[in-house]
Design a protein around this ligand. Structure first.
Ligand SMILES: N[C@H](CCC[C@H](N)C(=O)O)C(=O)O
Length: 283
């Protein structure tokens, strides 16, 4: 079947965006994998699918597939690309839209400067909601946060666990450039205490309003930026008493901005959304 797509990125986290309202899209995990393959397909970290809403009071349904072919609950950088796509394609004439995902409703807004700000909803802070199995672990109270000492990759790391709809495990490091992301990232991603696996964040605190961040993403490997990872890192940093909202997040592919006013409040993610090219592929 022929499939029209648009290639986009948000701070270097790249996407294939597909309009499934005006074309029939029913692909297998292997076909999603092939589309995302950087040699045998188009290449992307995630594939974003635009569908008609299933619930009242929302404008679109937003489905997300990692490059490993697995469908996941949330993608923050993707939410900005989604909003830019539906506006550019004339699927919505509104600057603010409401979008349902596997885990809740988010609200992207197109800004005058071309950036997009997304109400990502409130973080889930209970380990059981991440989910994370803390049985038998003695958590360390750090400010309002509990960090979990996890023996992994031959060392013990202290992880904050946060869900933005999708699971995140964040640790503070001295220097992101020398952090063992390539080895520790996959070991944390697949650790048995994360039954749904997890995105592994490595955060360097520059000052109370500025961090550097690298994320080894579940189902995609290290990406140049991770929107929900930035949300999770800032939530963890604020709870640990290390950061104050708003926080600039320097990722390898660009800069994001996160604002959060505390438990029960939404996390706001702001950043770029760029269209690179359009295409059609036989899949
Ligand atoms: N790898 C993530 C999904 C994409 C998240 C990321 N690209 C973002 O911008 O939030 C997961 O499996 O939960």
């Amino acid at each position: 079947m022929k499939l029209k797509f648009t290639k986009m990125h948000g701070a270097g986290n790249d996407f294939i965006v597909i309009d499934a309202i005006h074309q029939e899209v029913d692909l297998s995990a292997e076909q999603w994998r092939r589309l995302a393959d950087r040699r045998f397909g188009i290449g992307a970290d995630q594939i974003l699918v635009v569908e008609r809403p299933r619930s009242a009071g929302v404008d679109f349904r937003y489905r997300i597939f990692n490059s490993d072919g697995g469908e996941v609950e949330q993608c923050g950088n993707g939410a900005r690309a989604f909003a830019r796509f539906v506006s550019d394609k004339g699927l919505s004439g509104e600057r603010s839209i409401r979008v349902e995902t596997m885990k809740g409703v988010i609200a992207p807004r197109l800004e005058d400067d071309g950036s997009v700000t997304v109400d990502m909803g409130a973080p889930r802070l209970d380990p059981t909601e991440v989910p994370f199995d803390s049985a038998g672990l003695a958590g360390w109270l750090e400010g309002a946060d509990i960090t979990w000492p996890l023996p992994v990759g031959g060392k013990t790391v202290f992880l904050s666990v946060v869900s933005m709809g999708n699971p995140h495990a964040v640790q503070v490091v001295e220097d992101v450039d020398s952090a063992p992301v390539a080895t520790l990232g996959p070991a944390i991603e697949t650790h048995p205490r994360f039954p749904n696996k997890v995105n592994a964040g490595f955060m360097q605190v520059v000052d109370r309003h500025h961090i550097r961040l690298r994320v080894f993403e579940r189902g995609a490997g290290e990406t140049l930026a991770c929107g929900t990872g930035a949300c999770a890192a800032v939530v963890a940093g604020i709870r640990r008493g290390l950061l104050d909202s708003p926080v600039r997040v320097a990722a390898r592919g660009g800069e994001l901005s996160i604002a959060w006013d505390g438990p029960g409040q939404p996390v706001y993610l702001s950043g770029p959304a760029v269209t690179v090219f359009e295409g059609e592929i036989e899949i």
